[in-house]
Structures are given as structure tokens and as C-alpha cells.
Ligand binder design. Structure first.
Ligand code: SF4
Length: 64
């Protein structure tokens, strides 16, 4: 899996960090960010929750 957040789309709602705090965080400006080294999703089943929870579909999770 390869996780990415479209910074142009993210509105900084923080839902991703709430849904999967082991993988996502918020940067200093409140925008969503993938934690360092967790770009592969770290096998965390909550990642899919975070993808669903994002109100603007800014998170992409490519399989492979
Ligand atoms: S849930 Fe979506 S909009 Fe909210 S901080 Fe995360 S990526 Fe950004």
C-alpha cells in the first residue's frame, strides 16, 4: 500500500488522525499528514476507516 494526502484538497479536518492515529497526524498548520515511515499503511486496518472518514477524499491508498 502507498498512502498519500493531496495537500491541495485537504481542509485540515483532522478526521484521518482521529480515525487512525498510528498512521496519520496533523502538521503544524492542522493539515493531515502521514507519519514518517507509515506510508505503507503499517498493516493498520484503521487506515481504511481514515480514508472513508476524510470529508473531501484527500487520502489515496494505492494497493501494491
Ligand atoms: S481527514 Fe482529510 S481533510 Fe481532514 S486532515 Fe485528514 S486528509 Fe485532511
Amino acid at each position: 500500500m502507498k498512502l498519500a494526502i493531496d495537500a491541495d484538497t485537504c481542509i485540515g479536518s483532522g478526521q484521518c488522525a482521529l480515525a487512525a492515529p498510528g498512521v496519520f497526524t496533523q502538521d503544524d498548520d492542522g493539515f493531515g499528514a502521514v507519519l514518517p515511515g507509515r506510508e505503507d499503511g503499517a498493516g493498520d486496518p484503521l487506515v481504511q476507516e481514515a480514508v472513508r472518514a476524510c470529508p473531501v477524499q484527500a487520502i489515496t491508498a494505492e494497493e501494491g
